[in-house]
Design a binder for this molecule. Sequence first.
Ligand code: VG1
Ligand code: CO
Length: 543
Amino acid sequence: MTIKTIATTPFSDQKPGTSGLRKRVTHFQQPNYVENFIQSLFDSLPGKEGQTLVIGGDGRYFNDTVIQIAIRMAAANGLGKVIVGQGGILSTPGASHIIRHYKAFGGIVLSASHNPGGPDGDFGIKYNASNGGPAPEKITDAVFARSLEITEYKSVDTPDIDLSRLGTLDVADMEVEVIDPVADYAALMETLFDFDAIAQMFRSGFSMRFDAMHAVTGPYAKAIIEGRLGAPEGTVINATPLPDFGGGHPDPNLVHAKDLHDLLMGPDAPDFGAASDGDGDRNLIIGRNRFVTPSDSLAILAANAHLAPGYSRGLAGIARSMPTSAAADRVAQRLGIEMHETPTGWKFFGNLLDAGRVTICGEESAGTGSDHVREKDGLWAVLLWLNILAVRKQSVDEIVRAHWATYGRNYYSRHDYEEVDADAAKALMTDLRAKLPQIEANGLGGREVILADDFAYNDPVDGSTATGQGIRIGFADGSRIVFRLSGTGTVGATLRVYIERYEPADGTHDRDTQEALADLIALADAVAEIKSRTGRDAPTVIT
Ligand code: VG1
Ligand code: CO
Protein backbone atom coordinates (compact mmCIF):
# COMPACT_ATOMS: atom_id res chain seq x y z
CA MET A 1 0.00 0.00 0.00
CA THR A 2 1.54 3.31 -1.00
CA ILE A 3 1.37 6.55 0.89
CA LYS A 4 -0.24 9.32 -1.11
CA THR A 5 0.77 12.93 -0.66
CA ILE A 6 -2.04 15.24 -1.70
CA ALA A 7 -1.68 18.98 -2.31
CA THR A 8 -3.99 21.29 -0.39
CA THR A 9 -4.40 24.94 0.53
CA PRO A 10 -4.98 26.34 4.03
CA PHE A 11 -8.25 27.38 5.65
CA SER A 12 -8.07 30.44 7.87
CA ASP A 13 -10.59 29.32 10.49
CA GLN A 14 -9.24 26.12 12.03
CA LYS A 15 -8.58 27.58 15.47
CA PRO A 16 -9.76 25.18 18.20
CA GLY A 17 -12.09 26.77 20.77
CA THR A 18 -12.98 25.83 24.35
CA SER A 19 -13.08 22.17 23.37
CA GLY A 20 -11.65 21.35 19.95
CA LEU A 21 -12.56 22.55 16.48
CA ARG A 22 -16.32 22.87 16.18
CA LYS A 23 -18.22 23.88 13.05
CA ARG A 24 -21.33 23.05 11.11
CA VAL A 25 -21.22 19.62 9.42
CA THR A 26 -21.53 21.36 6.04
CA HIS A 27 -18.44 23.41 6.87
CA PHE A 28 -16.46 20.26 7.69
CA GLN A 29 -17.70 18.72 4.44
CA GLN A 30 -15.75 21.21 2.30
CA PRO A 31 -13.07 19.35 0.32
CA ASN A 32 -9.91 18.85 2.42
CA TYR A 33 -11.30 20.63 5.49
CA VAL A 34 -11.06 17.54 7.71
CA GLU A 35 -7.80 16.38 6.09
CA ASN A 36 -6.14 19.76 6.59
CA PHE A 37 -6.97 19.84 10.28
CA ILE A 38 -5.91 16.27 10.96
CA GLN A 39 -2.65 16.74 9.04
CA SER A 40 -1.98 19.99 10.93
CA LEU A 41 -2.50 18.01 14.11
CA PHE A 42 -0.13 15.22 13.08
CA ASP A 43 2.44 17.81 11.95
CA SER A 44 2.30 19.29 15.46
CA LEU A 45 2.94 16.02 17.30
CA PRO A 46 6.65 15.19 17.27
CA GLY A 47 7.44 11.64 18.33
CA LYS A 48 4.19 10.10 17.15
CA GLU A 49 5.93 7.63 14.82
CA GLY A 50 5.27 4.03 15.84
CA GLN A 51 3.02 5.11 18.68
CA THR A 52 -0.57 4.19 19.55
CA LEU A 53 -3.43 6.56 18.89
CA VAL A 54 -7.00 6.18 20.19
CA ILE A 55 -9.85 7.22 17.88
CA GLY A 56 -13.57 7.36 18.60
CA GLY A 57 -16.54 9.65 18.59
CA ASP A 58 -20.03 10.25 19.86
CA GLY A 59 -21.73 8.61 16.86
CA ARG A 60 -23.05 11.83 15.40
CA TYR A 61 -23.58 12.37 11.68
CA PHE A 62 -20.27 12.36 9.74
CA ASN A 63 -18.50 10.42 12.54
CA ASP A 64 -18.23 7.33 10.32
CA THR A 65 -16.70 9.25 7.41
CA VAL A 66 -14.14 11.13 9.49
CA ILE A 67 -13.07 8.01 11.40
CA GLN A 68 -12.09 6.38 8.12
CA ILE A 69 -10.17 9.49 7.04
CA ALA A 70 -8.39 9.71 10.40
CA ILE A 71 -7.35 6.04 10.36
CA ARG A 72 -5.96 6.26 6.82
CA MET A 73 -4.08 9.44 7.65
CA ALA A 74 -2.72 7.92 10.86
CA ALA A 75 -1.32 5.02 8.83
CA ALA A 76 0.24 7.41 6.31
CA ASN A 77 1.72 9.54 9.08
CA GLY A 78 3.63 6.67 10.65
CA LEU A 79 1.51 5.81 13.69
CA GLY A 80 2.14 2.26 14.85
CA LYS A 81 -1.32 1.38 16.04
CA VAL A 82 -4.82 2.78 16.29
CA ILE A 83 -7.30 1.66 18.96
CA VAL A 84 -10.84 2.44 17.89
CA GLY A 85 -14.17 1.85 19.61
CA GLN A 86 -16.50 -0.64 17.93
CA GLY A 87 -18.72 1.17 15.43
CA GLY A 88 -16.48 4.20 15.88
CA ILE A 89 -18.03 4.86 19.30
CA LEU A 90 -16.17 6.18 22.34
CA SER A 91 -17.49 8.63 24.90
CA THR A 92 -15.16 11.50 25.75
CA PRO A 93 -14.41 10.17 29.27
CA GLY A 94 -14.24 6.65 27.82
CA ALA A 95 -11.61 7.78 25.31
CA SER A 96 -9.67 9.51 28.08
CA HIS A 97 -9.59 6.26 30.04
CA ILE A 98 -8.58 4.18 27.01
CA ILE A 99 -5.66 6.54 26.29
CA ARG A 100 -4.43 6.21 29.88
CA HIS A 101 -5.17 2.52 30.28
CA TYR A 102 -3.34 1.46 27.11
CA LYS A 103 -0.62 4.12 27.54
CA ALA A 104 -1.41 5.59 24.14
CA PHE A 105 0.36 8.61 22.69
CA GLY A 106 -2.93 10.49 22.40
CA GLY A 107 -6.42 10.34 20.99
CA ILE A 108 -8.75 11.94 18.49
CA VAL A 109 -12.32 12.36 19.70
CA LEU A 110 -14.91 13.23 17.09
CA SER A 111 -17.65 15.23 18.75
CA ALA A 112 -19.33 18.58 19.00
CA SER A 113 -20.46 17.50 22.45
CA HIS A 114 -23.70 19.18 23.52
CA ASN A 115 -24.27 20.83 20.12
CA PRO A 116 -27.03 19.38 17.90
CA GLY A 117 -26.10 16.81 15.22
CA GLY A 118 -27.37 15.59 11.88
CA PRO A 119 -26.55 16.85 8.37
CA ASP A 120 -27.47 20.42 9.36
CA GLY A 121 -26.03 20.17 12.86
CA ASP A 122 -22.51 20.50 14.21
CA PHE A 123 -19.40 18.37 14.06
CA GLY A 124 -16.16 18.60 15.98
CA ILE A 125 -12.64 17.21 16.29
CA LYS A 126 -10.74 17.22 19.60
CA TYR A 127 -7.26 16.00 20.40
CA ASN A 128 -6.31 14.53 23.77
CA ALA A 129 -2.72 14.10 24.88
CA SER A 130 -1.07 11.10 26.53
CA ASN A 131 -2.41 12.04 29.97
CA GLY A 132 -5.89 11.49 28.51
CA GLY A 133 -6.78 15.17 28.77
CA PRO A 134 -7.75 17.80 26.21
CA ALA A 135 -4.73 19.20 24.43
CA PRO A 136 -3.34 22.21 26.28
CA GLU A 137 -3.21 25.55 24.47
CA LYS A 138 0.46 24.96 23.65
CA ILE A 139 -0.66 22.16 21.30
CA THR A 140 -3.86 23.75 19.96
CA ASP A 141 -1.97 26.96 19.16
CA ALA A 142 0.65 24.95 17.24
CA VAL A 143 -2.06 23.09 15.30
CA PHE A 144 -3.74 26.35 14.35
CA ALA A 145 -0.45 27.91 13.26
CA ARG A 146 0.29 24.85 11.13
CA SER A 147 -3.19 24.91 9.58
CA LEU A 148 -2.48 28.39 8.21
CA GLU A 149 0.49 27.21 6.17
CA ILE A 150 -0.30 23.61 5.27
CA THR A 151 0.39 22.62 1.65
CA GLU A 152 -0.15 18.86 1.61
CA TYR A 153 -1.56 15.97 3.56
CA LYS A 154 -0.80 12.25 3.65
CA SER A 155 -3.14 9.32 3.32
CA VAL A 156 -3.17 5.72 2.12
CA ASP A 157 -5.36 4.07 -0.48
CA THR A 158 -7.46 1.48 1.24
CA PRO A 159 -11.10 0.46 1.24
CA ASP A 160 -13.19 1.40 4.27
CA ILE A 161 -12.08 -0.39 7.42
CA ASP A 162 -14.69 -2.65 9.02
CA LEU A 163 -15.26 -1.22 12.50
CA SER A 164 -18.27 -3.39 13.28
CA ARG A 165 -16.30 -6.41 14.53
CA LEU A 166 -13.97 -6.63 17.51
CA GLY A 167 -10.42 -7.66 16.72
CA THR A 168 -7.32 -6.46 14.91
CA LEU A 169 -6.52 -5.82 11.28
CA ASP A 170 -3.83 -4.00 9.33
CA VAL A 171 -3.97 -0.77 7.39
CA ALA A 172 -0.67 -0.38 5.52
CA ASP A 173 1.99 -0.91 8.21
CA MET A 174 -0.31 0.12 11.02
CA GLU A 175 -2.36 -2.16 13.26
CA VAL A 176 -5.98 -1.26 13.95
CA GLU A 177 -7.61 -2.76 17.03
CA VAL A 178 -11.37 -2.49 17.35
CA ILE A 179 -12.35 -2.68 21.02
CA ASP A 180 -15.53 -2.81 23.06
CA PRO A 181 -16.07 0.87 23.94
CA VAL A 182 -17.72 0.08 27.29
CA ALA A 183 -15.81 -2.79 28.96
CA ASP A 184 -12.68 -1.00 30.24
CA TYR A 185 -14.67 2.03 31.36
CA ALA A 186 -17.20 -0.10 33.26
CA ALA A 187 -14.35 -1.95 34.97
CA LEU A 188 -12.84 1.37 36.05
CA MET A 189 -16.17 2.52 37.52
CA GLU A 190 -16.36 -0.71 39.49
CA THR A 191 -13.04 0.12 41.19
CA LEU A 192 -14.32 3.54 42.30
CA PHE A 193 -17.81 2.85 43.55
CA ASP A 194 -19.55 0.38 45.84
CA PHE A 195 -21.55 -1.46 43.19
CA ASP A 196 -22.94 -3.90 45.78
CA ALA A 197 -24.42 -1.11 47.88
CA ILE A 198 -25.94 0.57 44.81
CA ALA A 199 -27.33 -2.74 43.52
CA GLN A 200 -28.83 -3.39 46.96
CA MET A 201 -30.50 0.04 46.82
CA PHE A 202 -32.06 -0.83 43.44
CA ARG A 203 -33.22 -4.21 44.81
CA SER A 204 -34.96 -2.50 47.67
CA GLY A 205 -37.08 -0.48 45.25
CA PHE A 206 -35.07 2.66 44.51
CA SER A 207 -36.25 4.02 41.17
CA MET A 208 -34.31 5.97 38.59
CA ARG A 209 -34.62 7.34 35.09
CA PHE A 210 -31.49 7.98 33.01
CA ASP A 211 -31.98 9.86 29.74
CA ALA A 212 -29.13 9.12 27.34
CA MET A 213 -30.65 11.58 24.84
CA HIS A 214 -29.88 9.21 21.93
CA ALA A 215 -26.25 10.07 22.44
CA VAL A 216 -23.11 8.18 23.34
CA THR A 217 -23.83 7.27 26.99
CA GLY A 218 -26.69 4.93 26.00
CA PRO A 219 -24.56 1.76 25.70
CA TYR A 220 -22.48 2.72 28.76
CA ALA A 221 -25.50 3.42 30.96
CA LYS A 222 -27.32 0.27 29.81
CA ALA A 223 -24.31 -1.90 30.59
CA ILE A 224 -23.57 -0.32 33.95
CA ILE A 225 -26.89 0.81 35.42
CA GLU A 226 -29.17 -1.91 34.08
CA GLY A 227 -26.47 -4.55 33.58
CA ARG A 228 -24.02 -4.50 36.46
CA LEU A 229 -26.17 -2.61 38.97
CA GLY A 230 -29.37 -4.49 38.18
CA ALA A 231 -31.71 -1.52 37.75
CA PRO A 232 -34.91 -2.62 35.96
CA GLU A 233 -34.93 -2.54 32.18
CA GLY A 234 -36.34 0.78 31.02
CA THR A 235 -34.40 2.73 33.63
CA VAL A 236 -32.18 3.99 30.80
CA ILE A 237 -34.20 5.67 28.06
CA ASN A 238 -33.22 6.95 24.60
CA ALA A 239 -30.30 4.56 24.84
CA THR A 240 -29.48 4.06 21.16
CA PRO A 241 -26.95 6.59 19.82
CA LEU A 242 -28.39 8.15 16.66
CA PRO A 243 -26.55 10.31 14.09
CA ASP A 244 -29.00 13.17 14.68
CA PHE A 245 -29.72 12.38 18.35
CA GLY A 246 -33.31 11.64 17.36
CA GLY A 247 -33.74 15.26 16.28
CA GLY A 248 -33.05 16.43 19.85
CA HIS A 249 -30.40 18.71 21.25
CA PRO A 250 -28.12 16.55 23.43
CA ASP A 251 -27.54 19.20 26.08
CA PRO A 252 -28.77 17.97 29.46
CA ASN A 253 -30.21 21.20 30.80
CA LEU A 254 -33.66 22.26 31.89
CA VAL A 255 -34.61 23.30 28.37
CA HIS A 256 -33.44 20.29 26.38
CA ALA A 257 -34.09 17.70 29.09
CA LYS A 258 -37.39 19.25 30.06
CA ASP A 259 -39.28 15.94 29.90
CA LEU A 260 -36.98 14.45 32.49
CA HIS A 261 -37.33 17.52 34.67
CA ASP A 262 -41.12 17.43 34.40
CA LEU A 263 -41.16 13.75 35.30
CA LEU A 264 -39.09 14.37 38.42
CA MET A 265 -41.33 17.25 39.50
CA GLY A 266 -44.55 15.33 38.83
CA PRO A 267 -46.72 12.88 40.78
CA ASP A 268 -45.03 9.75 39.35
CA ALA A 269 -41.48 10.91 39.95
CA PRO A 270 -38.82 8.26 40.44
CA ASP A 271 -36.32 8.80 43.26
CA PHE A 272 -33.58 9.97 40.96
CA GLY A 273 -33.20 11.37 37.44
CA ALA A 274 -30.08 11.95 35.40
CA ALA A 275 -28.98 12.68 31.85
CA SER A 276 -25.80 13.14 29.88
CA ASP A 277 -24.79 15.04 26.75
CA GLY A 278 -23.73 14.12 23.21
CA ASP A 279 -20.27 12.84 24.10
CA GLY A 280 -21.01 11.70 27.65
CA ASP A 281 -18.96 14.16 29.64
CA ARG A 282 -21.76 16.28 31.13
CA ASN A 283 -24.35 15.31 33.73
CA LEU A 284 -27.73 16.51 34.84
CA ILE A 285 -28.85 15.52 38.33
CA ILE A 286 -32.46 15.84 39.48
CA GLY A 287 -33.92 14.28 42.58
CA ARG A 288 -37.63 13.88 43.18
CA ASN A 289 -38.77 17.50 43.43
CA ARG A 290 -35.22 18.77 43.57
CA PHE A 291 -33.10 20.02 40.69
CA VAL A 292 -29.43 20.19 41.67
CA THR A 293 -27.48 22.98 40.00
CA PRO A 294 -24.16 21.75 38.60
CA SER A 295 -22.26 24.10 40.92
CA ASP A 296 -24.07 22.68 43.96
CA SER A 297 -23.57 19.17 42.65
CA LEU A 298 -19.81 19.75 42.51
CA ALA A 299 -19.81 20.98 46.10
CA ILE A 300 -22.00 18.14 47.36
CA LEU A 301 -19.99 15.47 45.55
CA ALA A 302 -16.78 16.92 46.97
CA ALA A 303 -18.20 17.01 50.50
CA ASN A 304 -19.40 13.39 50.27
CA ALA A 305 -16.85 11.74 47.99
CA HIS A 306 -15.19 9.95 50.92
CA LEU A 307 -18.32 7.77 51.13
CA ALA A 308 -17.27 6.05 47.88
CA PRO A 309 -14.42 3.51 48.03
CA GLY A 310 -12.36 5.27 45.33
CA TYR A 311 -12.19 8.44 47.43
CA SER A 312 -12.19 7.04 50.96
CA ARG A 313 -8.78 8.56 51.60
CA GLY A 314 -10.20 12.04 51.03
CA LEU A 315 -9.46 14.66 48.40
CA ALA A 316 -6.16 16.36 47.62
CA GLY A 317 -7.94 19.48 46.45
CA ILE A 318 -10.82 20.84 44.36
CA ALA A 319 -10.77 22.93 41.20
CA ARG A 320 -13.60 24.76 39.49
CA SER A 321 -13.82 26.96 36.43
CA MET A 322 -14.01 30.66 37.17
CA PRO A 323 -17.72 31.15 36.34
CA THR A 324 -18.72 28.16 38.50
CA SER A 325 -20.26 29.18 41.82
CA ALA A 326 -18.12 29.36 44.92
CA ALA A 327 -20.12 26.61 46.68
CA ALA A 328 -17.21 24.18 46.30
CA ASP A 329 -14.80 26.72 47.82
CA ARG A 330 -16.64 26.45 51.12
CA VAL A 331 -16.25 22.70 51.10
CA ALA A 332 -12.51 22.98 50.36
CA GLN A 333 -12.15 25.49 53.17
CA ARG A 334 -13.85 23.21 55.67
CA LEU A 335 -11.81 20.21 54.55
CA GLY A 336 -8.65 22.30 54.71
CA ILE A 337 -7.61 21.38 51.16
CA GLU A 338 -6.41 23.31 48.10
CA MET A 339 -8.95 25.17 45.98
CA HIS A 340 -8.21 26.34 42.42
CA GLU A 341 -10.08 28.65 40.07
CA THR A 342 -9.29 28.01 36.40
CA PRO A 343 -10.53 29.34 33.05
CA THR A 344 -13.49 27.65 31.36
CA GLY A 345 -12.68 24.35 29.66
CA TRP A 346 -11.41 21.04 30.97
CA LYS A 347 -7.94 21.48 29.47
CA PHE A 348 -7.08 23.82 32.35
CA PHE A 349 -7.61 21.11 34.98
CA GLY A 350 -5.10 18.69 33.45
CA ASN A 351 -1.93 19.98 35.07
CA LEU A 352 -3.51 20.21 38.54
CA LEU A 353 -4.80 16.63 38.22
CA ASP A 354 -1.48 15.32 36.85
CA ALA A 355 0.39 16.99 39.70
CA GLY A 356 -1.90 15.37 42.26
CA ARG A 357 -2.98 18.74 43.61
CA VAL A 358 -6.70 18.25 43.02
CA THR A 359 -8.92 15.17 43.02
CA ILE A 360 -12.29 16.59 41.95
CA CYS A 361 -13.02 19.28 39.34
CA GLY A 362 -16.18 20.86 38.03
CA GLU A 363 -17.81 23.44 35.83
CA GLU A 364 -21.14 25.21 36.07
CA SER A 365 -21.98 23.84 32.61
CA ALA A 366 -22.78 20.42 34.09
CA GLY A 367 -19.31 18.96 34.00
CA THR A 368 -17.85 17.14 36.98
CA GLY A 369 -15.02 14.68 37.13
CA SER A 370 -12.06 13.42 39.09
CA ASP A 371 -8.52 12.19 38.68
CA HIS A 372 -9.79 8.80 37.41
CA VAL A 373 -9.59 10.26 33.88
CA ARG A 374 -8.65 13.67 32.47
CA GLU A 375 -12.08 14.69 31.18
CA LYS A 376 -15.34 15.54 32.82
CA ASP A 377 -17.41 12.41 33.14
CA GLY A 378 -21.20 12.35 33.10
CA LEU A 379 -21.77 8.76 34.16
CA TRP A 380 -19.11 9.01 36.85
CA ALA A 381 -21.03 11.88 38.47
CA VAL A 382 -24.26 9.88 38.31
CA LEU A 383 -22.58 6.85 39.90
CA LEU A 384 -21.01 8.95 42.65
CA TRP A 385 -24.45 10.38 43.43
CA LEU A 386 -25.89 6.84 43.52
CA ASN A 387 -23.10 5.72 45.85
CA ILE A 388 -23.75 8.66 48.18
CA LEU A 389 -27.51 8.01 48.13
CA ALA A 390 -26.91 4.33 48.92
CA VAL A 391 -24.71 5.17 51.92
CA ARG A 392 -26.62 8.12 53.33
CA LYS A 393 -30.04 6.55 52.76
CA GLN A 394 -31.55 10.01 52.33
CA SER A 395 -33.29 11.62 49.35
CA VAL A 396 -31.52 14.02 47.00
CA ASP A 397 -33.63 16.82 48.43
CA GLU A 398 -32.61 15.99 52.02
CA ILE A 399 -28.94 15.87 51.06
CA VAL A 400 -29.10 19.21 49.24
CA ARG A 401 -30.91 20.93 52.11
CA ALA A 402 -28.52 19.53 54.68
CA HIS A 403 -25.64 20.83 52.57
CA TRP A 404 -27.06 24.34 52.46
CA ALA A 405 -27.76 24.23 56.20
CA THR A 406 -24.08 23.50 56.76
CA TYR A 407 -22.36 25.63 54.12
CA GLY A 408 -24.97 28.18 53.09
CA ARG A 409 -26.45 28.39 49.60
CA ASN A 410 -24.97 30.01 46.53
CA TYR A 411 -27.99 31.03 44.49
CA TYR A 412 -26.72 30.68 40.96
CA SER A 413 -27.92 31.01 37.38
CA ARG A 414 -26.48 31.28 33.89
CA HIS A 415 -28.22 33.30 31.18
CA ASP A 416 -27.22 32.50 27.60
CA TYR A 417 -27.91 34.75 24.63
CA GLU A 418 -27.26 32.41 21.72
CA GLU A 419 -26.41 33.26 18.12
CA VAL A 420 -26.34 37.01 18.65
CA ASP A 421 -24.51 39.26 16.22
CA ALA A 422 -20.80 38.60 16.69
CA ASP A 423 -19.72 42.24 16.32
CA ALA A 424 -22.35 43.44 18.77
CA ALA A 425 -21.23 40.83 21.30
CA LYS A 426 -17.56 41.76 20.89
CA ALA A 427 -18.36 45.46 21.28
CA LEU A 428 -20.39 44.73 24.42
CA MET A 429 -17.39 42.98 25.96
CA THR A 430 -14.88 45.63 24.85
CA ASP A 431 -16.95 48.49 26.20
CA LEU A 432 -17.64 46.69 29.45
CA ARG A 433 -13.94 45.97 29.88
CA ALA A 434 -13.24 49.69 29.49
CA LYS A 435 -15.64 50.47 32.34
CA LEU A 436 -14.01 48.10 34.84
CA PRO A 437 -11.59 50.55 36.54
CA GLN A 438 -14.45 52.95 37.14
CA ILE A 439 -16.69 50.14 38.45
CA GLU A 440 -13.97 48.95 40.79
CA ALA A 441 -13.45 52.46 42.16
CA ASN A 442 -17.06 53.60 42.47
CA GLY A 443 -19.04 50.40 42.98
CA LEU A 444 -22.06 49.41 40.94
CA GLY A 445 -25.75 50.00 41.58
CA GLY A 446 -24.96 51.24 45.07
CA ARG A 447 -23.05 48.05 45.89
CA GLU A 448 -19.45 47.92 46.96
CA VAL A 449 -17.25 46.23 44.35
CA ILE A 450 -14.17 44.36 45.52
CA LEU A 451 -13.06 43.03 42.15
CA ALA A 452 -13.62 44.06 38.53
CA ASP A 453 -11.29 42.49 36.00
CA ASP A 454 -10.83 40.32 32.96
CA PHE A 455 -9.84 36.96 34.41
CA ALA A 456 -6.26 35.83 33.80
CA TYR A 457 -4.95 32.48 34.99
CA ASN A 458 -1.43 31.56 35.93
CA ASP A 459 -1.06 27.81 35.89
CA PRO A 460 0.73 26.99 39.17
CA VAL A 461 2.16 23.79 37.70
CA ASP A 462 3.76 24.84 34.40
CA GLY A 463 3.67 28.62 34.78
CA SER A 464 1.69 29.19 31.57
CA THR A 465 -0.76 32.08 31.44
CA ALA A 466 -4.20 32.44 29.88
CA THR A 467 -5.65 35.94 29.62
CA GLY A 468 -9.01 37.40 28.61
CA GLN A 469 -10.95 34.53 30.19
CA GLY A 470 -14.07 36.45 31.22
CA ILE A 471 -15.09 39.69 32.87
CA ARG A 472 -15.91 39.34 36.54
CA ILE A 473 -17.44 41.84 38.90
CA GLY A 474 -17.31 40.74 42.52
CA PHE A 475 -19.24 42.48 45.28
CA ALA A 476 -18.37 42.87 48.94
CA ASP A 477 -21.23 40.58 50.03
CA GLY A 478 -19.86 37.66 47.98
CA SER A 479 -22.20 38.20 45.03
CA ARG A 480 -20.76 38.05 41.54
CA ILE A 481 -21.60 38.74 37.91
CA VAL A 482 -19.47 37.21 35.16
CA PHE A 483 -19.60 37.82 31.41
CA ARG A 484 -18.01 35.59 28.75
CA LEU A 485 -18.33 34.81 25.09
CA SER A 486 -18.71 31.11 24.36
CA GLY A 487 -15.91 29.23 22.65
CA THR A 488 -18.06 26.32 21.48
CA GLY A 489 -20.84 27.98 19.48
CA THR A 490 -20.75 27.72 15.70
CA VAL A 491 -22.98 30.58 14.56
CA GLY A 492 -22.63 34.25 15.56
CA ALA A 493 -21.64 34.70 19.20
CA THR A 494 -23.11 33.35 22.40
CA LEU A 495 -22.98 35.67 25.38
CA ARG A 496 -22.99 33.91 28.75
CA VAL A 497 -23.88 35.86 31.87
CA TYR A 498 -23.31 34.10 35.19
CA ILE A 499 -24.98 35.47 38.33
CA GLU A 500 -24.37 34.38 41.88
CA ARG A 501 -25.40 35.43 45.38
CA TYR A 502 -24.42 33.84 48.67
CA GLU A 503 -26.96 33.16 51.39
CA PRO A 504 -25.42 32.08 54.72
CA ALA A 505 -26.11 28.76 56.45
CA ASP A 506 -28.75 30.28 58.71
CA GLY A 507 -30.39 32.24 55.87
CA THR A 508 -33.35 31.58 53.56
CA HIS A 509 -32.65 28.68 51.25
CA ASP A 510 -35.97 28.00 49.57
CA ARG A 511 -36.43 31.04 47.39
CA ASP A 512 -36.88 30.80 43.65
CA THR A 513 -33.43 31.27 42.08
CA GLN A 514 -34.39 33.85 39.44
CA GLU A 515 -36.24 35.87 42.05
CA ALA A 516 -33.40 35.65 44.56
CA LEU A 517 -31.05 36.95 41.86
CA ALA A 518 -33.41 39.52 40.30
CA ASP A 519 -31.47 42.60 41.50
CA LEU A 520 -28.20 41.28 40.17
CA ILE A 521 -29.77 40.20 36.87
CA ALA A 522 -31.09 43.72 36.37
CA LEU A 523 -27.70 45.15 37.27
CA ALA A 524 -25.97 42.87 34.75
CA ASP A 525 -28.28 44.05 32.00
CA ALA A 526 -27.82 47.69 32.95
CA VAL A 527 -24.04 47.67 33.11
CA ALA A 528 -23.52 45.67 29.91
CA GLU A 529 -26.55 47.05 28.04
CA ILE A 530 -27.42 43.50 27.06
CA LYS A 531 -30.95 44.05 25.81
CA SER A 532 -30.19 47.10 23.71
CA ARG A 533 -26.97 45.73 22.21
CA THR A 534 -28.18 42.20 21.46
CA GLY A 535 -31.72 43.22 20.56
CA ARG A 536 -32.98 40.42 22.79
CA ASP A 537 -35.65 40.79 25.45
CA ALA A 538 -34.69 37.64 27.26
CA PRO A 539 -31.97 34.98 27.32
CA THR A 540 -32.26 32.02 24.95
CA VAL A 541 -31.52 29.55 27.72
CA ILE A 542 -31.61 30.00 31.48
CA THR A 543 -29.92 27.34 33.55
C1 VG1 B 1 -18.91 25.34 27.19
C2 VG1 B 1 -18.98 25.37 28.70
C3 VG1 B 1 -17.67 24.90 29.29
C4 VG1 B 1 -17.34 23.50 28.76
C5 VG1 B 1 -17.35 23.53 27.24
C6 VG1 B 1 -17.16 22.16 26.64
O1 VG1 B 1 -17.90 26.22 26.74
O2 VG1 B 1 -19.29 26.66 29.16
O3 VG1 B 1 -17.78 24.89 30.69
O4 VG1 B 1 -16.08 23.10 29.19
O5 VG1 B 1 -18.60 24.03 26.76
O6 VG1 B 1 -18.15 21.28 27.08
P1 VG1 B 1 -18.21 27.70 26.18
O7 VG1 B 1 -16.91 28.23 25.72
O8 VG1 B 1 -19.23 27.53 25.10
O9 VG1 B 1 -18.79 28.46 27.33
V1 VG1 B 1 -18.62 20.01 26.11
O10 VG1 B 1 -19.53 18.98 27.04
O11 VG1 B 1 -19.45 20.88 24.88
O12 VG1 B 1 -17.23 19.43 25.45
CO1 CO C 1 -19.72 17.22 26.20
